[in-house]
Write a protein that binds this ligand. Structure first.
Ligand code: SF4
Length: 344
């Protein structure tokens, strides 16, 4: 069960843990990015510096004029919208295959949501919240990729899902590079419980695509599967779906553990159901049983260890805070996972 993890390739806002390139020459700390560094290939980018705004610089803001958004630097009156759009296209076109994005929250350039839009460059109240100029292009071009901001990643549930998604997509990318249909069979089998938790309907559809692999050329096969995989990860699993998977796994050990051990596992699941524990607690216990009883049918299931163990040790500042933040953004392009049924 010791898994070799591929290295996800992640685009990150350069001001997060890489360079002091913010408008005031500061840098943003992020324990998630700091902890990910040894396990990830990061591509840092600062779009404002790339279009020549310099460090330090006067701030920019999004200003809506006659229904059209502009990126304006109020102190100089410069409209850098076209420069930013051109840079974004050029940069995103030049990227290798990437597995996700971590962008700076709240920035009129890089923020993925909740960025203030103003009616004028002068003193005024925000009229709406939206995504930043660069982030809009990212969201448009990568609708099936995990895109988060560093603030949302302080939430344990969001962080767990993001890490799960990027390491799963990196593993898929490795299989995809080989273009071997049998590698996809193995990938799908190993991720079955994980996909069940994310979206049971999609997991079944993906299973049908894999079963019909002989009728498709490998390119088409991987493309179709990749789209569904992205949709499956578009939102975090409902906690009830995770509980279904945990209970399903627990069933494998009913003859092997004592009554007390089973009751303890059920208590951990209950703690998770009530919101007093993260998924890591019951998942970790069941993972230890998979190893202890050498349970072959679960041994390769990524559900029990979707990303490197070292990343599961949450730093002090990572808590369950921010549940509301999770709810504040609509899932992108995902079928309704609320239709998940109990696992049989
Ligand atoms: S938020 Fe984006 S544009 Fe602003 S400093 Fe960070 S990377 Fe540069």
């Amino acid at each position: 069960m010791v898994r070799q993890f591929p290295r996800p390739c992640i685009v990150v806002s350069r001001c997060i843990e890489f360079d002091p390139c913010r408008y005031d020459g500061s840098q943003i700390p992020s324990s998630t990015v700091a902890h990910l560094k040894p396990f990830t290939d990061f591509i840092p980018v600062c779009p404002e510096v790339e279009i020549g705004l310099g460090i330090p610089r006067a701030t920019v803001r999004i200003v809506r004029v006659e229904g059209i958004d502009h990126l304006i630097q109020p102190a100089t009156g410069r409209d850098v919208s076209d420069d930013m759009i051109r840079f974004s296209s050029r940069f995103l076109d030049s990227l290798p295959s990437v597995d996700g994005f971590i962008l700076k929250g709240g920035s009129p350039t890089s923020g993925t949501s909740n960025v203030r839009v103003y009616p004028s460059a002068g003193k005024s109240m925000a009229i709406e919240k939206s995504a930043g100029f660069f982030a809009r292009e990212v969201i448009k071009r990568f609708p099936h990729h995990p895109i988060e901001d560093e603030l949302r990643l302080n939430n344990a549930r969001i962080r767990d899902h993001f890490l799960t998604a990027i390491f799963t997509l990196a593993a898929f990318r490795e299989a995809e590079e080989a273009r071997d249909p049998e590698a996809l069979v193995k990938f799908h089998a190993n991720n079955k419980l994980l996909l069940m938790a994310c979206n049971q309907q999609l997991m079944r559809k993906m299973g049908r695509i894999v079963a019909a692999r002989a009728a498709m050329n490998p390119e088409e096969l991987y493309l179709n599967y990749r789209r569904m995989l992205g949709s499956a990860f578009a939102s975090a699993p409902r906690y009830t779906s995770n509980i279904n998977v945990l209970q399903h796994a627990l069933g494998h050990f009913s003859d092997q553990v004592t009554r007390e051990e089973r009751e303890y596992a059920l208590r951990l699941i209950e703690r998770y159901r009530e919101g007093h524990a993260t998924l890591a607690e019951p998942r970790g216990l069941l993972r230890s049983w998979v190893i202890r009883f050498n349970e072959a049918s679960l041994m390769d299931q990524t559900f029990f260890g979707p990303y490197p163990f070292e990343l599961a040790d949450l730093p002090d500042d990572i808590t369950e805070r921010g549940r509301d933040v999770w709810k504040s953004r609509k899932p992108r392009d995902t079928p309704d996972s609320s239709t998940n049924e109990p696992i049989r």
